[in-house]
Design a protein around this ligand. Structure first.
Ligand code: V47
Length: 371
C-alpha cells in the first residue's frame, strides 16, 4: 500500500491529496500524473477513483456494430477504413443487409445497435429515418446508438438545416444515443495535420451539448498514441470535462489507441515514447479516470486495446469493456487484431478472471440480468 510520502517523493503530493478528498484535478496535475514513473502508484490512484464509483462492477453490453458505408468525404490521415465513391472496396450496405444483421441475435435481442459510417457525400436523412424506424419496430428493446457528431454535422450539410433539426428528427425515430467517435485530439494544430477537413473541437463539443439538451446521451473519445503529446491528451480531457459540466450527457469516455497500419499517418508516427506501448495505454486510461471526475464510465475497448490490455485496464480505472460487437472494421482495417466478436460468456469470464463482477448493461448503462 502506498502512503502520502510515496506520492510526495513522486511529485504527486498535491494530486494525491485531491484524489483522496474527491477534489478536482487541474491540467497540471494531469501532466504530473503522466510524468509519474511508478505505474503501480498511478494505478492505485485510478483504481481508488474507479472503486469509489463502481466498486467491483465491470460492465459489458450485448451489442452489434454496423458500419453502413465506408464512403467518406473526409480524408483523415489515421483512417484505413474510408474510401472515395467508386474506389475498389467502397461500399454502402442496402437496408435489407442492415436489417439482416440486426436480426442475427439468436432470439436474444441485442441491447444496443451501434451504427456508424463515413461522412457520405449525399445520403439523405430520410434513408436513415426509415431504417431506424424499421429497426425499432423489429427490435424495440435495443437502444439505437448511432452516428458520431461528425456525421450529424455532415447530415446538416446535406439537408441544409441546423444540426439541432437533424438531432430532433433522429430522436423522433428512436435514436437515444450518439457514439463518441470523431473527437480525435482537440489540439487544432494536430487536427490540421491528421484530419484537416473534419469539424473542430468547438463543433464537436457544441453538437454534443446540443444533443444532451435534447435528451440524447452521447459517448466521447480521444484518439491517442500518434503525433500528439501527453499535454495534448490532458487538454483534450479537460475540454471534455468542461463540456460535461455544462451539458451533462456524456455517459462514457473511450480512449482509442491509434492503430498504425494501412493509413497515411503511419509514416509519421514517432518510434519513441508514444508508439504502441501497453504501459502508455494503461497510463492514459488511469489519467482519464482521474481527470474525468464528471463522466461516469471509462471504457477499455477490447477491440482496439487487445484482450489482455483491456483486462489490465480494469485495474487502471476502466469499468467497461464494450461488448459482443459481432463485427468491427475501423480498427481492424488499421491493424487491430483482437478478433471481431466475443460472446457474452467470454466477456463475463474476462471480467471474473480479473476479480471483478460482470454487469450486463444497455447502451446508457442500465443494468440487465447477467448469464
Ligand atoms: O471516429 C479511426 C477512430 C473512431 C483509427 O461510442 C481509429 O461506444 C484507432 O468511436 N486507430 C470510431 N482509432 C470508433 C468509435 C467507437 C468505438 C467503440 C465504441 C464507441 C462508443 C465508439 O475510431 C473514429 C476514430 O476516432 N479511428 N481510425 C485508427 N487507425
Amino acid at each position: 500500500m502506498f502512503d502520502g510520502e510515496h506520492y510526495k517523493r513522486l511529485g504527486l503530493a498535491g494530486a494525491y491529496q485531491k484524489i483522496i478528498c474527491s477534489e478536482r484535478l487541474t491540467a497540471e496535475d494531469g501532466d504530473a500524473l503522466f510524468a509519474c514513473p511508478d505505474i503501480t502508484a498511478l494505478a492505485a490512484l485510478a483504481h481508488h477513483a474507479r472503486y469509489r464509483r463502481h466498486k467491483d462492477k465491470t460492465y459489458y453490453v450485448r451489442n452489434r456494430q454496423i458500419n453502413y458505408t465506408n464512403i467518406c468525404i473526409n480524408h483523415c490521415r489515421f483512417c484505413a477504413f474510408r474510401r472515395d465513391a467508386g474506389d475498389a472496396g467502397a461500399f454502402l450496405l442496402s437496408r435489407e443487409k442492415i436489417i439482416a444483421r440486426v436480426l442475427e441475435d439468436e432470439g436474444s435481442p441485442f441491447a444496443e445497435i451501434h451504427v456508424v459510417g463515413g461522412c457520405h457525400p449525399d445520403l439523405r436523412l430520410v434513408w436513415f429515418e426509415e431504417l431506424f424506424r424499421e429497426i425499432k419496430k423489429l427490435r424495440p428493446q435495443a437502444e439505437l446508438k448511432t452516428f458520431t457528431v461528425t456525421e450529424i454535422h455532415n447530415l446538416s450539410r446535406i439537408e441544409n438545416c441546423a444540426t439541432r433539426e437533424i438531432l430532433e428528427r433522429l430522436k423522433e425515430c428512436g435514436v437515444s444515443m450518439l457514439t463518441g467517435g470523431g473527437a480525435e485530439i482537440f489540439n487544432s494544430a494536430i487536427r490540421k495535420r491528421i484530419c484537416p477537413e473534419k469539424i473542430g473541437a468547438d463543433e464537436y463539443l457544441r453538437i454534443s451539448g446540443e444533443a444532451h439538451a435534447l435528451g440524447i446521451a452521447s459517448n466521447c473519445t480521444m484518439l491517442f498514441g500518434h503525433v500528439e503529446t501527453h499535454a495534448d491528451r490532458v487538454r483534450h480531457l479537460c475540454a471534455l470535462r468542461e463540456q460535461q459540466d455544462k451539458s451533462g450527457g456524456f455517459v462514457c469516455f473511450i480512449p482509442l489507441p491509434y492503430q498504425p497500419k494501412h493509413n497515411a499517418l503511419a509514416a509519421e508516427t514517432p518510434s519513441g515514447e508514444l508508439t504502441d506501448s501497453g504501459l502508455d495505454r494503461l497510463r492514459t486510461i488511469a489519467v482519464s479516470r482521474l481527470l474525468l471526475d464528471n463522466i461516469p464510465h471509462i471504457k477499455a475497448y477490447w477491440v482496439m486495446l487487445g484482450i489482455k490490455c483491456a483486462q489490465a485496464a480494469l485495474s487502471f480505472g476502466a469499468d467497461d469493456l464494450d461488448g459482443t460487437t459481432m463485427e468491427e472494421h475501423i480498427g481492424h482495417m488499421a491493424g487491430a487484431n483482437a478478433g471481431q466478436a466475443l460472446s457474452r460468456m467470454e466477456l463475463e469470464d474476462m471480467i471474473r478472471n480479473c476479480g471483478f463482477s460482470p454487469v450486463n448493461r444497455t447502451a446508457r448503462f442500465a443494468s440487465l440480468p447477467v448469464c
